[in-house]
Ligand binder design. Structure first.
Ligand code: B12
Length: 216
């Protein structure tokens, strides 16, 4: 099987919002024992293209909604295979949520699932979570790591406010921010400890943090 051709077909199917084709390709690749993490990152690339087409006004809000729905269905197919590949090597407590003003949750949910595969206890606060809610839950739950997800520009201020509120409350857990639109400048602006645009890297970082290894 030509994996490269198949995966570029997958990216195009998602980018074209071709639900039927995307699901068919995913089923085929899973049957051929493709790596679920590779499939997720190919789908993420497809979603990135959906976003670009929206920005170019080729798609409208309905395009974003449709993209979100396709991604959710794709994850339904991939999820059981993620569980199969899990290696229970560590345990820790992770608090996650999408910050205030932002309702994007597909990326957050992937992080949650990957960490669960690695035996993390995950507390998910959902979407549009105010800074005060993160602080309240951090005090109750005492997480080892806190993850803030956010995709829209408005989320950068919310991330900053949340990090500040956690510091004010003397919460010691390191904070990782994640989302497709982040970069080094946004990271510095928010005052968080780490950042990533990739759930797999975020998971590896959490494992390092809870097992006392040097974070990269
Ligand atoms: C699907 C989608 C939607 C769906 C979301 C459905 C859902 N349930 O999440 C809906 C339709 C709701 C939506 C709404 C809007 N959207 Co939207 N959306 C997207 C799109 C196309 C894909 C996002 C996605 O799910 N990607 C797939 C996931 C898997 O990727 P991800 O989120 O990046 O997550 C990965 C990593 O970043 C990481 N990660 C994510 N979070 C975290 C957290 C931690 C702790 C860690 C470790 C890792 C991590 O792990 C994931 C897997 O690797 C993006 C385009 C893009 N490039 O992101 C636009 C995009 C984010 N949306 C955009 C916009 C403008 C909007 C709206 C304002 C549109 C409108 N006019 O109403 C609203 C905002 C609503 C709000 N208040 O939040 C813009 C944002 C631009 C900006 N800079 O502000 C984008 C970039 C599109 C664009 N290019 O213009 N959207």
């Amino acid at each position: 099987m030509n994996q490269v051709t198949k995966n570029s077909e997958l990216i195009s199917a998602i980018s074209d919002l071709n639900e039927k084709a995307a699901l068919k390709i995913i089923r085929k690749l899973l049957a051929a024992k493709a790596d679920p993490n590779v499939l997720i990152s190919e789908c993420q690339e497809g979603m990135h293209k959906v976003g670009e087409r929206y920005a170019k006004r080729e798609y409208f809000l309905t395009g974003l909604i449709m993209g979100g729905e396709i991604f959710r269905e794709v994850m339904e197919l991939i999820r059981p295979h993620m569980k199969n590949q899990s290696i229970k090597i560590t345990a820790g407590k992770f608090l996650i949520g999408t910050v205030s003003g932002d309702i994007h949750d597909l990326g957050k949910d992937i992080v949650k699932e990957l960490l669960s595969c690695y035996n993390f206890d995950v507390c998910d606060l959902g979407v549009d979570v105010p800074a005060s809610e993160f602080v309240k839950k951090a005090k109750e739950y005492n997480p080892d790591v806190i993850g803030l997800s956010g995709l829209i520009t408005l989320a950068h201020d919310s991330m900053r406010d949340t990090v500040k509120a956690l510091h004010r409350a003397k919460c010691k857990a390191p904070v990782i921010i994640g989302g497709s639109q982040l970069d080094e400048d946004v990271f510095k602006y928010t005052g968080a400890d780490y950042w990533t645009t990739d759930a797999k890297k975020g998971t590896e970082l959490c494992i390092r943090l809870v097992s006392g290894q040097e974070p990269f």
